[in-house]
Design a binder for this molecule. Structure first.
Ligand code: PMP
Length: 459
């Protein structure tokens, strides 16, 4: 078929699995374990569903990796990409040049988040966080306070896998494998009430964990602290939604000490909370916002850092060159994809739909899983959800991690046409924004069935 422009030949599942095992190292994967099993090969997608090469239809409760917010198969994005590819497939923004897609996207982003004046584009969320670090340090140098170096982050945070992103992140296992971290990054405790705070009210716990920021600033010396960074809602750490008291207190402390506030919006950004950004949802005023994922709904890689007036005024001052940038900073095709994606979000009112319709419906239906014997807590907000699996419902005692209960549940889900992700024994979801009410029902009934299968397999 001369019209068949597919980039790969036809092969059977076994052939793909064999070649995958031989030649392809997967991200965040135990290579040996996977080689023993073979990968699931996903070959197409439409709406909220993906299909594997054997034709099994699977409801994607994770929107890929929290990114395919407008759903799969959006021809508008494909067309925008195709058109841009023909007109200007690539040009850089170095050497005092620019192109319309990057300029227009920067303009639209600052319209969506009016506190922000400018955007620095990157290729990913990790690169956005590396850029955040570089900007923070540059900002304080230009303010004649170069000794302000320390960035305070949180344990169990996820900020990416570059050296900067992984150092900012708070995953102990990652830090162990790295050996040496980027210096001047300090991690405080997270606002994870279900996991770490049940001996007090969520409100008290939120304040307690926020006030650790003040204690840590005092300990280090306020004149040495440059910034605080946090995900409005921790994603990869297990959909951890801070108590309502947390973010306002963090804001207060950052203001008090004049340190920069960074909300990592890579997951929360572009609507998942029912507001355009997580900072809007929690009513905080960040100085920098790294974004990625939902900016293009994952169709093409793109990230960026949104820069507020406070930082922008300094960087735009008599600062000299900022020695930082990527070949793909503001890639025209990625920016064209983002523009088409933002147009869909706006035209279909997908963000208000999360706030007023599908978000509340998902949250209400998801809560019915609370009745399941395996479930310790169901929590969620907007189109985020988490289901904590426990060995004992009354005492909230957890399973021995060696039992791998979360992984078993994830397997049962895959087998039964549902993608949920496991973070230890917390099952998490972040479905696409176009999820219908019927698909919410499908998600919840499949989840219940898979919880049953999981319970049976460990009995
Ligand atoms: N920050 C957050 C909050 C994320 O969730 C992620 C990715 N899951 C990143 C940064 C890193 O983004 P990327 O994988 O695009 O580098």
């Amino acid at each position: 078929n001369p019209m068949n422009t597919a980039a790969h030949p036809e092969r059977t599942r076994e052939e793909w699995q064999h070649l995958d095992r031989q030649h392809h190292l997967h991200p965040f994967t135990d290579f040996k374990e996977l080689a023993g099993k073979g990968s699931r090969i996903i070959s197409r997608a439409e709406g909220a569903y993906v299909w594997d090469v054997d034709g099994h239809q699977i409801l994607d409760g994770m929107a890929g990796l929290w990114c395919v917010n407008v759903g799969y198969g959006r021809k508008e994005i494909a067309d925008a990409v195709y058109t841009q590819m023909q007109q200007l497939p690539y040009y850089n923004n170095f050497f005092q040049t620019a192109h319309p897609p990057a300029i227009e996207l920067a303009r639209q982003l600052t319209e969506l988040a009016p506190r922000f004046k400018q955007v620095f584009f990157t290729g990913s969320g990790s690169e956005a966080n590396d850029t955040v670090l570089r900007m923070i340090w540059r900002y304080w140098q230009l303010q004649d306070q170069p000794q302000r170096r320390v960035v305070i982050s949180r344990k169990n945070a996820y900020h990416g896998s570059t050296l900067g992103g992984a150092s900012l992140g708070g995953f102990g296992v990652v830090h162990e494998q790295m050996g040496t971290l980027i210096p001047d990054i300090v991690h405080i405790n997270q606002p994870y009430w279900y996991g770490e705070g049940q001996d007090m009210s969520p409100e008290e716990f939120g304040l307690l964990r926020a006030r650790e920021l003040r204690d840590t600033i005092e300990e280090i010396g306020a004149d040495k602290v440059a910034a605080f960074i946090g995900e409005p809602i921790q994603g990869a750490g297990g959909v951890i939604i801070p108590p309502a008291t947390y973010w306002p207190e963090i804001q207060k402390i950052c203001d008090e000490y004049g340190i920069l506030l960074v909300t990592d919006e890579v997951i929360c950004g572009f609507g998942r909370t029912g507001e355009w950004f997580g900072a809007d949802y929690f009513g905080v005023k960040p100085d920098l916002m790294p974004v990625a994922k939902g900016i293009t709904s994952g169709y093409i890689p793109l990230g960026g850092v949104m820069v507020s007036e406070r930082v922008s005024d300094v960087l735009m001052g008599d600062a000299g060159e900022f020695y930082h940038g990527f070949t793909y900073s503001g890639h025209p095709v990625a920016c064209a994809a983002a523009l088409a994606n933002l147009a869909i979000l706006r035209q279909e009112h997908l963000v208000t739909r999360i706030r007023d319709d599908i978000g509340p419906y998902l949250q209400q239906q998801l809560r019915t899983l609370q009745a399941h014997p395996l479930v310790g807590e169901v929590r969620g907000l907007g189109l985020f959800g988490a289901i904590e699996l426990v060995a004992d419902k009354a005492s909230h005692r957890r399973f021995d991690s060696k039992q791998g209960v979360g992984m078993r549940c994830r397997e049962h889900c895959f087998q039964n046409g549902l993608i949920m992700r496991a973070v230890s024994d917390t099952m998490i979801i972040a479905p696409p924004f176009i999820l219908s009410h019927a698909q919410v029902d499908e998600l919840v009934s499949k989840a219940w069935k898979c919880l049953d299968l999981t319970a049976r397999s460990i009995a």
